[in-house]
Design a protein around this ligand. Sequence first.
Ligand code: AMP
Ligand code: ZN
Length: 144
Amino acid sequence: MSAHDGLDNDCIFCKIIRCEIPSFKIFEDDSVFSFMDINPVAPGHSLVIPKFHTPNIFEAPDIWAAATVNGIQRLARAVKETLNPDGINILQANGPGAAQSVFHLHMHVVPRWADDDVKMNWGISPGDMDAIGKLAKQISKNVN
Ligand code: AMP
Ligand code: ZN
């Protein structure tokens, strides 16, 4: 970690923030940087990252998590205005089990069209209400 600016010299997204490697920038402000994903799952697939190196949602300081959400709202509105998709999914992965591949907090904007074949829809089927209620109690005990 670099002491003076909160960025990590070895992180690919920190290098993008510093313009040490190229990106298709969409916007930036004091807190966030937004750019196109170069392996897009759909046209307009784009990212927002905080200008602070933190690996995931668990470790992110509140202020950086909030800045990232504000940034994704700005990006989603701009993508909607530009492409007019049928919908937009906002995604954010934490850990390899969730297919996180870059360990600098980031949120995805994924534009969706009714006939696309993006595999992200799990459909709606009712769960076991006893099990759901039990988990709600267990999780609520761990909210700090
Ligand atoms: P995730 O799987 O949630 O960690 O997402 C990381 C995303 O970063 C992937 O969708 C990659 O395509 C994208 N990505 C990785 N390197 C770059 C890069 N240099 N420029 C733009 N997008 C990148
Ligand atoms: Zn980083």
